[in-house]
Design a protein around this ligand. Structure first.
Ligand code: IPE
Ligand code: IPE
Ligand code: MG
Length: 236
């Protein structure tokens, strides 16, 4: 139902070729396009791509600026074909840190594609999962203090509805490229029972075939959700 990807390794890909890091990010954007196409082809209904974390703001100003320029460029170039292919876009993250023109473009893309149904594409941008949970907690606290929400009504479902990802199922499979085996502040709440797939392949090299391999690996796993093996196979 839902694949999430931490697209890591652009910098190392470029470094290995004695190219500037931006060259890796450009190639990485092509790999993102291929992953989106593959999800459309394989009828995966939902894809979340981690494009820029809240911690990535701490990178050198020049790299951040180039990443933002690339984002604008690719969004401008790809939007029409994404729309044509039935992709519905949603951007998740702290938009207040993005520039006004980028915020406008994101809103336009979301509006244009709002009625598409083939693939839900979430792009995590200026995204940090702890911050996401904090803003959800704050929204609930505000309602309680305003007297519009009963404390006892706060449960997992309600908190979930205040996350950026509200309305989408939790990821079934999380892929991280680039060889590191960590989650880097991505979908902490949502990945409670997600299957993780780590690969040394650097993101710019990640192909449709690699995505198929990851899905194949996922298919061979048994998800127990805390139950025993016998109970899992006994479809309830
Ligand atoms: C991932 O690649 C892209 C972003 C975080 C924007 P990196 O830029 O982190 O590449 P490495 O990890 O340094 O190789
Ligand atoms: C995670 O990659 C964020 C994205 C891929 C957008 P990082 O390169 O920022 O993660 P760390 O710093 O290695 O944990
Ligand atoms: Mg990295």
């Amino acid at each position: 139902m839902h694949i999430a990807i931490i697209m890591d390794g652009n910098g190392r890909w470029a470094k290995a070729r004695h190219l500037p890091r931006t060259a890796g990010h450009k190639k990485g954007a092509d790999a993102a396009r291929a992953a989106i196409e593959a999800c459309v082809e394989l009828r995966v209904p939902c894809l979340t791509l981690y494009a820029f974390s809240s911690e990535n703001w701490n990178r050198p100003e020049e790299e951040v600026g180039e990443l933002m320029n690339l984002l604008k460029f690719y969004l401008g170039r790809e939007l029409a074909s994404l729309h044509k292919n039935g992709v519905r876009m949603r951007f998740i993250g702290d938009r207040s840190r993005l520039s006004e023109d980028i915020r406008e473009r994101l809103a336009q893309a979301e509006e244009l594609t709002a009625n598409n149904t083939r693939l839900w594409l979430q792009v995590a941008l200026s995204y940090g999962s702890r911050q996401e949970i904090v803003q959800a907690a704050r929204a609930l606290a505000e309602q309680v203090s305003a007297g519009t929400l009963d404390l006892a009504a706060i449960d997992e479902k309600l908190l979930e509805r205040h996350l950026y990802t509200a309305g989408l199922p939790d990821p079934d499979l999380l892929i991280r490229t680039g060889g590191d085996q960590r989650i880097s502040n991505f979908l902490l709440w949502q990945c409670a029972y997600t299957e993780f797939y780590f690969t040394d392949t650097l993101w710019p090299d990640f192909s449709k075939e690699n995505l198929r391999e990851a899905i194949e690996d996922f298919r061979g796993r048994e998800r127990r959700f805390g139950k025993t093996e016998a109970k899992v196979s006994n479809v309830e």
